[in-house]
Design a protein around this ligand. Structure first.
Ligand code: ASP
Ligand code: MG
Length: 420
């Protein structure tokens, strides 16, 4: 008796399963998802499911808002776009019930999942676990709407596009779940975009830090914020395909948990980059502060920043990059304050792409930068600017070289074979 209680405690895991838009795209796929949930449930595990809207639905809802008014009210936008998930939670709960798995649906406010008031990009404050636990203790599978919550005024909020990944990780953290499995239409995280490089390889494991770099530098597998949350709360995260029978996927975890670490784990690229150069700004204290103050006030995200020491001690150039959508905004702010900043000319270029090499092994291995620049120069690719962090090197190059650069780097670092 004691033994069986012990065994049950030991064996029963709490698992959060998240299914993305393509996995719940139509009733048949929702039935397929239900069988995956049942499989986990039949193992004796406690299962919480988080779902997205059917693929394409959120885009359609956003379009409806724009059709009414280009400057729509953000609170009402959240009311509209959050409805996609309400459809899929109900349908999935029905599908589960019809194959004998007790289940019920939860919208964000029913849990409640409390957020701040930043409509259309809200952040999660707290998740009440009482009702979810009550379900789990009674063998019921809660199906939770991703992407949505409620603020302290009782208004519906959404977490930004792709936000149901973040909902899933947050629910897993709140419940201290053993695992958070993100089911999607790819079978894991790859060394680079498999559409560009045919022999790109699925990674078995990747660290939170690497995944954060990958997510924010252009690999669109997971919403960046979900990875931040997973890292903060040490959530055992896995990305896997919902279209395979026995998917392996990619585990995203702590560096310490990975025995065979790879030096370089991936190459990402982002075409959403524009470069601005302020020519001959005065070489004196306060100029950079002034430039970046102005841009911050205009809500413009600055990414790479390059300034060299001035040779004549009088003037120097400042180069930086902004997202393409912010280029015009940045240019007009800078033009307006030309006198104040004191540059002679302003040059911009939106025909550039940022290519990044990522790997925690950079901390301990030498020669990575040399190999990277050699590989690019062998292909005649000119590097415009460079920026680095402890685990990443990014270069800005002309748009037309993006694919060539990614392929050349993938080959140079032999990422198609596992290196340990
Ligand atoms: N349905 C939302 C979107 O399309 C949230 C999500 O799918 O993660 O952005
Ligand atoms: Mg997504």
């Amino acid at each position: 008796m004691y033994f069986s209680v012990f065994l049950k405690d030991k064996l029963m895991a709490c698992v959060v399963q998240k299914f993305g838009g393509t996995s719940v795209a139509d009733p048949n796929r929702i039935k397929n998802v239900a069988t995956k949930v049942k499989k986990e449930y039949d193992r004796g595990n406690q299962v919480v499911v988080v779902v997205s809207a059917m693929s394409g639905v959120t885009n359609q809802l956003v379009q409806y808002c724009k059709d009414i008014d280009e400057n729509y009210n953000l609170q009402e936008y959240d009311t509209v776009v959050s409805t996609g998930e309400q459809v899929t939670i109900g349908l999935l709960a029905m599908a589960l019930q019809s194959i004998g798995v007790p289940s019920r649906s939860f919208t964000g406010w029913q849990i409640p999942l409390l957020t701040d008031q930043a409509a259309s990009k809200a952040r999660i404050h707290t998740i009440e676990t009482e009702k979810l636990r009550e379900c789990l203790d009674n063998g019921i599978v809660p199906v939770v709407a991703g992407f949505q919550g409620i603020d302290e005024n009782g208004r519906i909020t959404t977490l930004g596009r792709g936000g149901s990944d973040t909902s899933a990780v947050a629910v897993a953290a709140a419940l201290k779940a053993d695992r958070c499995d993100i089911y999607t239409d790819v079978d894991g995280v790859y060394t680079t975009d498999p559409r560009l490089v045919k022999n790109a390889r699925r990674l078995d494991q990747v660290t939170y830090e690497e995944m954060l770099e990958m997510a924010s530098l252009g690999a669109k597998v997971l919403q960046t914020r979900s990875v931040e949350l997973a890292m903060k709360y040490q959530v055992n995260l896995r990305v896997l395909s919902s279209f395979e029978e026995n998917p392996i996927g990619t585990i995203i975890c702590d560096e310490e948990s990975i025995v065979e670490k790879e030096v370089i784990s991936g190459i990402t690229y982002s075409r959403d980059e524009s470069k601005i150069t302020l020519v001959a700004v005065k070489d004196e204290p306060g100029i950079s502060a002034c430039v970046f103050d102005l841009l911050a006030e205009a809500n413009i995200c600055v990414d790479m920043i390059i300034q060299t020491e001035s040779v004549n001690r009088k003037s120097t150039d400042i180069t930086f990059t902004v997202p393409e959508s912010d280029l015009n905004g940045a240019l007009s702010v800078l033009a307006k304050h030309k006198e104040e900043i004191g540059y002679t000319d302003i040059i911009s270029d939106s025909n550039c792409v940022k290519v990044s090499l990522i790997g925690v092994g950079m901390r301990t291995h030498t020669g990575i930068a040399r190999k990277m620049f050699r590989a690019l120069s062998d292909k005649g690719i000119n590097v415009q600017t460079i920026s680095t962090s402890e685990i990443k090197i990014s270069v800005l190059i002309a748009d037309e070289y993006a694919e060539l650069a990614v392929r050349a780097l993938h080959a140079a670092f032999e990422l198609d074979v596992k290196q340990v």
